[in-house]
Structures are given as structure tokens and as C-alpha cells.
Design a protein around this ligand. Structure first.
Ligand SMILES: Nc1ncnc2c1ncn2[C@@H]1O[C@H](COP(=O)(O)OP(=O)(O)OP(=O)(O)O)[C@@H](O)[C@H]1O
Length: 343
């Protein structure tokens, strides 16, 4: 549906060059939800703005529906942009128009007959769950409701693709979940392809099928969501995954934690289970084979892209040689083990 081929973007600023995007190639398949994740300044906004050519890439090609659109005339670009809608972090609604009139706006610009506008806008209002709010002004809506209006407006032109520029970053976690659910419903009901950018792995985890990780303008990893959660290849992807798991060393353990092994102290380990290792009875195996007792301090398991993954903090008790063998055994069984210290 959308293909970016070798996209680079250089900004000139005060006579210095900023390489915002460096040779990025991605393919967003039809009907999928594709997430691009990166830290602040990684180049996400520039990337998504290149897709509908709000930003012209310095080099590279952009294809939409197998047609190259990189160098289209402005007139043709307007037509293409009707098929590639966009929603934004701050909603960008017209404050002087009601919910109904905001959604009707692109249809009015398009000279759609009034009766058709009425039917279509009412259908969209129902789709996004705002039937009671049709005549309300944006100032009297919550953030989540405003984003629903923006989504309905974006859908008015029957787009094939929806670009979401940090669409939930201004919303609280519960509202974020409801907007992501709405996006997923629309993706499934309408077969709409969605490309979103975010700095939150939770967003990727909740709705994306595929993900690309960008860092300093470079594409560092690209795969299905299940694959990245089970076999992340880069540290930055792992950091994003860990940010979705909230597991901390309790204060009383931190106070006692020694960085070096000492007689009478046991290692405090952080175990990262992904993919196959989650379902194996590894702790009972190390108990039987190496005589290691594991005192679980905290643990969290989760699902993403159909894959289970999780983190655990545990204190391992046993003789140092057996502990070393047990750690080797865990690593052989796809569990990442980090000794955080000794308690
Ligand atoms: N119009 C511009 N002129 C000059 N530099 C720019 C321009 N737009 C972006 N940049 C620079 O390009 C780099 C990437 O910016 P971009 O906004 O795409 O990152 P981002 O990942 O979206 O970050 P954030 O999440 O903070 O918005 C940054 O170094 C930024 O300062």
C-alpha cells in the first residue's frame, strides 16, 4: 500500500545540515497497522510527513498504491491526499464549528451534495460513538472526544490510509486505550491501512501488526510485533520493550544490594523471558538439576502480537558453581539473565 524507498531528508538550519532521515525503506502492507517508534528527535514526524509529502524527501521514492507520488504536481497531490488522511496529537479541529460541521468540512470543500453530507457525517458520528455530541463545539469536548471527531473527519474522504502522528500522546492511559480500540475497530471494519508514529511501545503493543524502530534518523529494526517482542535484535528495541514492563527492585533490596559477590549473599537476577522460554518450567528445572532455589520478588507477563513475554526479579540461592551453571542453562533456553547485584 505504502512504500518508502531509500528516503533521506536533510534540513538546512543556520548553515548546518541536519540529517533527519537516513536511507529509510519501509513497506506498509494493505490493511495492516504499522507502527514507527523512536525517541524524541529520532525523525518520526519527518518520516510520517514525507508519506503524504507535507515534507519533500531530499532523496528516495514514495509509492502509494503502486504509484510513485514523490514528484506529483500539487493538483494531483491534492487528489492523493484525499486517500491518505492524517490525525494529529493536538486534534487540529476548527473551534468555530460544531462536531457535525468539523466532520462535514472536507466534504463541503469537495462540493459533496448537502443530503449526502448529512447522511455521511451522521454515519461517521455514529461510527466514532459521538451521537450525543453532534451539535457541540470542540471547547466542550474532552481530549478523547476531540480525537474521535478528528478521526471521523479524517474518514470523511473515504481514505485508504490513515496516518496517525502521535495521536494518543496528549491523552490519559484509559482514553488512549479507547482511541486505540477505535482505530483497531476501524482498521478491521473498513480494511483501512494505518501508519502511526509513537514514542510509546504500549501503543505498538496494543494495536500494531508490524513495527519499525528508528534512531537518529536511521531504521534500526523492522519486524512483526510478535517477532520484536520475542527476539528484539537491538538494544534500543529492548529498551522500548522494557518500558512496557514496570518492574523495579524494592527499596529494601536496593538498600542491601552489594555490587560484588560476598560470602552469605545471593545474586539478585533479572530474567527476561520471550517467546518459547515463557512457557518452559525453567525455574523448577534449575531447582531439580542444579539445586537452585529461586525466591521470586516480582514478575510481569504480557502479550504482544500473539507472543507472551515477561520479566522477573528473583534471588537465586545455591552454591556459586551451581548458580553459574543454572544461569548458563537459562541462557541456553532463550532467557536473558542479568545479575543486578548480591543480597
Ligand atoms: N523544519 C525543520 N528544520 C530543521 N530541522 C528540523 C525540522 N524538522 C525537524 N528537524 C530536525 O530533524 C530531526 C528529527 O525531527 P523529528 O521532529 O522528525 O523527530 P521526532 O522523532 O518526531 O521527534 P519528537 O517526538 O520530539 O517530535 C530533529 O533533529 C529535528 O530538530
Amino acid at each position: 500500500m505504502i512504500q518508502l524507498q531509500h528516503i533521506s531528508k536533510i534540513f538546512e538550519h543556520n548553515k548546518t545540515q541536519i540529517h533527519a532521515l537516513k536511507d529509510i525503506s519501509i513497506h506498509v502492507p494493505q490493511g495492516k497497522i504499522y507502527g514507527v517508534i523512536g525517541k524524541s528527535g529520532a525523525g518520526k514526524s519527518t518520516l510520517i510527513r514525507c508519506v503524504n509529502l507535507l515534507e519533500k524527501p531530499t532523496s528516495g521514492k514514495i509509492f502509494f498504491d503502486n504509484q510513485e507520488i514523490t514528484h506529483l504536481s500539487n493538483r494531483k497531490l491534492i487528489e492523493v491526499r484525499r486517500k491518505i488522511s492524517m490525525i494529529f496529537q493536538h486534534f487540529n479541529l476548527l473551534s468555530s464549528r460544531t462536531v457535525f460541521d468539523n466532520i462535514a468540512f472536507p466534504l463541503e470543500l469537495n462540493k459533496t451534495p448537502k443530503a449526502k453530507i448529512k447522511q455521511k457525517v451522521n454515519d461517521l458520528i455514529e461510527l466514532v460513538g459521538l451521537t450525543e455530541k453532534a451539535n457541540v463545539y470542540p471547547a466542550n469536548l474532552s481530549g478523547g472526544q476531540k480525537q474521535r471527531v478528528a478521526i471521523a473527519r479524517a474518514l470523511a474522504s473515504d481514505p485508504k490510509v490513515l496516518l496517525c502522528d502521535e495521536a494518543t500522546s496528549a491523552l490519559d492511559p484509559e482514553t488512549t486505550r479507547s482511541i486505540l480500540k477505535l482505530l483497531k475497530d476501524i482498521n478491521q471494519k473498513l480494511g483501512l491501512t494505518i501508519l502511526l508514529i509513537t514514542h510509546e511501545m504500549d501503543v505498538v503493543k496494543q494495536i500494531c501488526d508490524q513495527v519499525a524502530v528508528i534512531s537518529n534518523g536511521e531504521l534500526v529494526e523492522q519486524s512483526s510485533v510478535g517477532e520484536i517482542f520475542s527476539h528484539a535484535k537491538t538494544d534500543i528495541a529492548r529498551q522500548f520493550i522494557q518500558s512496557t514492563l514496570h518492574i523495579n527492585i524494592p527499596d529494601d533490596y536496593l538498600a542491601r544490594l552489594s555490587p560484588e559477590p560476598k560470602a552469605g549473599l545471593n545474586p539478585l537476577v533479572r530474567l527476561e523471558f520471550t517467546g518459547v522460554s515463557v512457557d518452559l518450567p525453567l525455574l523448577s528445572q534449575i531447582a531439580k538439576e542444579f539445586n537452585i532455589e529461586s525466591n521470586i520478588i516480582s514478575a510481569q507477563m504480557d502479550y504482544a502480537g500473539g507472543v507472551k513475554f515477561g520479566l522477573m526479579l528473583a534471588q537465586m540461592e545455591g552454591n556459586p558453581k551451581s548458580i553459574a551453571s543454572a544461569i548458563q542453562f537459562l541462557e541456553k533456553n532463550n532467557t536473558k539473565v542479568e545479575v543486578l547485584g548480591y543480597v
